[in-house]
Each structure stands twice: as structure tokens, then as C-alpha cells.
Design a protein around this ligand. Structure first.
Ligand code: GAR
Length: 206
């Protein structure tokens, strides 16, 4: 493991949290030089919160309810993350679009995993979009978050075939297997200081 201090990591979730789980597992295995300082959910029933609790990671429920608009919600979110000195934010099935307030607070320090080969099929129901379009291959993309929807600089991608009898569910499951490989790998690279930017191109340093 690297000699440098562990990167302070926060993960934002809304649902099952399988991507959260693989990152926790890789940190606990000593393969990612990070400390997960909190898991934030916009839903109190997210199973991801239970996963975090099982590993002794502090959880925060941050619901939209109390806030007048998305900017106000994100302003409070930035404060939560800054209070923890967070250096890297992961979106892991977080089903809210971030505003400029969050994006500008963490430039090139918010990652997202999207279940398609961007720039194809951004937004919701990416797997269904791929099926309806009739592509032979789709996959997943880890990217930095910018102000657009799924438009930020691409860090890693993985390709999966689309089978003739695929449903949205079977395709999503095949894509998730690759998500669970590439997302922790992108986090590992970031935490090892092996990611640099050249315009919107991401360079992986050896
Ligand atoms: C993942 O498949 C991820 O690609 C998708 O949500 C799922 C969360 O699963 N994200 C998006 O669709 C974002 N547009 P998880 O909660 O088991 O990690």
C-alpha cells in the first residue's frame, strides 16, 4: 500500500449499493488507499445504508424534503462533505442530478458509474435504451461528473455483448458484473494518484 495518507472518500447512494459494497471490500482488502468517511443517502430505505452500517461506516440521510430547491439541497450536501474533509465523492446509484453547486465544489473529484458506453444512452434506463436501439454491445462507463447529464470526462469503460433474448434485467445484471470490476479500479487509480487530466481526456499514469 502507498505511503501517502488515505484519500477521504464519501459515497452517495439511493438503492441497493452493490457498487458501494465492492469499493468497501477493496478498501478493507488493502487494495485501495482510501478511508470511507461517510455514506450519504437521499432515501432512508436504501439497502446501501445497511451495507455501510455493517462495516462501521457513518451514514447520513439527506432527503430533499426540507429544501426549497436542488441548489439548496446541494449547498447543504457540500457542507456535509466539507465537514468531513472529503477529497473524492462517488455516486453509486445516486438517483439525483447534481447542480453546479456540488460540481464546482469538487472539480474532477466526483465520479459516477453509468450503465452504458457513454456518450451513448445517457440518462435513465440506459439498458432499455440500448435494447431498443438494437446495439450488439453496450457496457458501463466510469466518468468524472460535470454539469451535464453523464457528459463528464471518461475514466474507464467496459464492454458487454447484448444477447438476442436479453431483457432489461438480464442485460443490467451482465453490465453490473463489469461495473463491479471497473468502478473500484477507477477509485484505486485516483487514490494512487495515477489519474491526470489533459483537457477532457483522462490519462492513466503507469
Ligand atoms: C448501477 O447499475 C449504476 O450503473 C446505476 O445504478 C445502479 C446502482 O446499483 N446508475 C445509473 O443508472 C446512473 N444513471 P447499486 O446500488 O447496486 O450500486
Amino acid at each position: 500500500m502507498a505511503d501517502s495518507a488515505p484519500v477521504r472518500l464519501a459515497v452517495l447512494v439511493s438503492g441497493n449499493g452493490t457498487n458501494l459494497q465492492v469499493v468497501i471490500d477493496r478498501i478493507e482488502a488493502g487494495e485501495i488507499n482510501a478511508r470511507m468517511v461517510c455514506v450519504v443517502s437521499n432515501r432512508q430505505d436504501a439497502f446501501a445504508l445497511k451495507r455501510a452500517e455493517q462495516h462501521g461506516i457513518p451514514t447520513i440521510i439527506h432527503e430533499i424534503g426540507a429544501y426549497a430547491n436542488r441548489q439548496a439541497y446541494d449547498t447543504a450536501l457540500v457542507e456535509i462533505l466539507r465537514n468531513q474533509d472529503v477529497q473524492l465523492v462517488l455516486l453509486a446509484g445516486f438517483m439525483r442530478i447534481l447542480t453546479d453547486v456540488m460540481v464546482n465544489a469538487f472539480p474532477h473529484a466526483i465520479m459516477n458509474i453509468h450503465p452504458a458506453l457513454l456518450p451513448a444512452f445517457p440518462g435513465l434506463h440506459a439498458q432499455q435504451q440500448a435494447l431498443e436501439y438494437g446495439v450488439r454491445f453496450t457496457g458501463c462507463t466510469v466518468h468524472f461528473v460535470d454539469i451535464g447529464t453523464d457528459t463528464g470526462p471518461i475514466i474507464l469503460q467496459a464492454v458487454v455483448p447484448v444477447e438476442a433474448d436479453d431483457t432489461e434485467e438480464t442485460l443490467a445484471a451482465r453490465i453490473q458484473q463489469e461495473e463491479h470490476r471497473v468502478y473500484p479500479e477507477a477509485v484505486r487509480l485516483f487514490c494512487a494518484g495515477k489519474i491526470s487530466m489533459n483537457g477532457r481526456r483522462v490519462r492513466i499514469l503507469s
